[in-house]
Design a protein around this ligand. Structure first.
Ligand SMILES: [Mg+2]
Length: 409
């Protein structure tokens, strides 16, 4: 089999997605997700201008060789743009291989290690009442694990709170990237946040009881000692995890946090390679790997990270907000089903327009996801529907402190 074409499709149904479609001389096609939220066209160019010409004529079955070739031959390694482009190729090749084998992809990754994939959803509210409504709504949708984010008195717009107004006047919703010509400015006050959050979890636990798994995302905004304090103050509420408590670049920061708190820690959604996790995994400074298939070089690379993590009792918590396309989500679900050290899967539901562009075979029942039994990933793209929604510029917001200083968003 030979690759005869590779097309980069940038479309914006509910948000922007970068999709690679690889076509073979035997008529089998494969899809890969290269979406990098707020920087989509950089990946599209990396693919179109630098990667697609290298793919034509290659044997699509040689996935490991393609990965090593794209990673090493560029000389300039790592980084989110490069690794998202490699991921798009890698996942498309796995899709082709599984279709050629007539099997759902998880069968080629070792087969199912479980019957379903526990998913968590994103509940949020501007106040306690709205938060409780959001949690109840998620429970009614079938979610059995809930991420809790709330507004903070004294801060105008906080990451992850759906109902607060966004810069263009619409509901913020779960998607922080806004179709505005410049990034929206948000405000931040770590001390106000640290004072408020424990009282939120106190209220949620007394309303919903001790059993419901609860998660929280700190979105990289704290110093190590601030994160340690938050972790300690949340211990009575038995969190499933505290996510991204410090900026992720400094692995050593997590050592201080770890020594002060038994709240489980998850990190890694902005990581690109296993090297970003080396200290964190070897020293068991975290409990969950948060990488997305899309941003970590694909299934080939993320499976190696998770196999490495398994030796240190670190589990998966694959990134799955709506900026992971249905193609990237399907890749995550096949990997989730196959690996032994599965922890939990993030799952935000895509909008109606996205579901028109991408036809999907996965199911979500009673809190558990399953990728389905179609050969390959189980996702097909409707090219006409994709073309009806061209790219729209959109940016993630950024933060300033009260004195005007730019802060981590
Ligand atoms: Mg996060």
């Amino acid at each position: 089999m030979q690759i005869v074409a590779a097309d980069v499709i940038v479309s914006s149904p509910d948000r922007n997605f970068v999709t690679l479609q690889i076509t073979t001389d035997e008529g089998i096609t494969g899809l890969g997700d290269g979406t990098l939220n707020g920087r989509e066209l950089a990946v599209a160019s990396y693919l179109k201008d630098h990667v697609v010409p290298l793919l034509i004529g290659r044997d699509p079955h040689r996935i490991e060789d393609a990965w090593q070739f794209l990673y090493r031959s560029a000389y300039w390694r790592r980084g989110p743009v490069t690794m998202a482009a490699i991921a798009a190729v890698d996942v498309a090749l796995w899709d082709i291989k599984a279709k050629a084998a007539g099997m759902p992809l998880y069968q080629l990754l070792g087969g199912a290690s479980r019957t379903g994939i526990m998913a968590y959803g994103h509940a949020s509210g501007r106040d306690t009442e709205e938060l409780f409504d959001s949690i109840r709504k998620h429970l009614a949708l079938g979610y059995r694990s809930i991420r809790v984010q709330t507004a903070v008195p004294g801060i105008n717009a906080v990451y992850g709170v759906a109902a607060q107004p966004s810069a263009d006047g619409t509901r913020y919703d779960y998607e922080p990237a806004q179709r505005t010509p410049l990034p929206a400015e948000e405000d931040w006050d770590t001390r106000a946040y640290l004072r408020h959050i424990p009282s939120v979890f106190e209220a949620v636990r007394s309303e919903f009881g001790p059993e419901l798994p609860l998660l929280h995302d700190g979105h990289h905004r704290m110093t190590p000692i601030q994160a340690a304090r938050l972790g300690k103050s949340l211990e009575p509420y038995d969190l499933f995890w505290l996510e991204d408590c410090t900026p992720a670049e400094n692995q050593d920061a997590l050592r201080l946090v770890r020594h002060h708190t038994t709240t489980p820690l998850a990190i890694g959604e902005i990581f690109n390679t296993v090297w970003d996790y080396q200290t964190l995994i070897q020293e068991q400074l975290i409990d969950y790997v948060r990488s997305a298939v899309t941003h970590t070089g694909g299934i080939t690379a993320l499976k190696k990270i998770l196999d490495f993590a398994a030796q240190y009792q670190v589990k998966s918590g694959i990134h799955g907000p709506t900026d992971i396309s249905p193609v990237g989500m399907a890749a995550a679900l096949h990997l989730d089903l196959a690996i032994h050290n599965f922890g939990i899967q993030e799952y935000m539901q895509h909008g109606a327009l996205t579901n028109e562009v991408f036809q999907q075979s996965f199911s979500f029942e009673d809190g558990y996801l399953h990728p389905g039994e179609q050969p390959g990933l189980g996702v097909e793209i409707d090219l006409e529907a994709a073309a009806a929604h061209p790219y729209q510029a959109a940016y993630l917001p950024f933060n300033r402190l009260k004195d005007g200083t730019v802060h981590d968003w």
